[in-house]
Design a protein around this ligand. Structure first.
Ligand SMILES: [Zn+2]
Length: 136
């Protein structure tokens, strides 16, 4: 992971942070199959949740484990080169995520995070989605 230059990684980041990443598509299609109807990238909501189920006030974020530093996840490593740059950037992401979640919850939204690593296998995805579907 450290062999990637910061520039390259920034490009990757721009791509990863954008809409319609692969994990997002996986989650969306799984929700759809379960009969869930939702909206995408609600721009009028704080933090622009990736998936929104307005009826039940459910906001879902599909997060990359590295960029959002999934706790105790093997993908959430900290680069050892350009340490300060990366620590600042990743810490900032985490602080923003927590703030967004709090603000949404204060507005009465139920906030869920689905992690990239949870979308990798069917059982872990099902488990992650069950929490959300149970609320509906
Ligand atoms: Zn993870």
């Amino acid at each position: 992971m450290d062999r990637i230059s910061p520039e390259k990684r920034s490009n990757n980041m721009a791509r990863v942070r954008g809409a319609n990443t692969k994990p997002e598509k996986i989650v969306r299609s799984a929700l759809y199959k379960k009969g869930c109807r939702f909206r995408l990238h609600s721009k009028d909501l704080i933090g622009k949740p990736d998936i929104v189920i307005p009826k039940q006030k459910i906001a879902i974020f599909v997060h990359g484990c590295f960029w959002h530093q999934h706790k105790n996840c093997s993908r959430a490593t900290r680069p050892t080169s350009n340490k300060n740059f990366w620590n600042t950037k990743l810490d900032k992401n985490m602080v923003r995520d927590a703030k967004v979640q709090k603000e949404l919850q204060a507005l009465g939204w139920k906030v869920f995070t689905i992690w990239e690593c949870q979308t990798k296998t069917e059982p872990s995805l099902t488990k992650a989605l069950r929490r959300i579907l149970n609320v509906r």
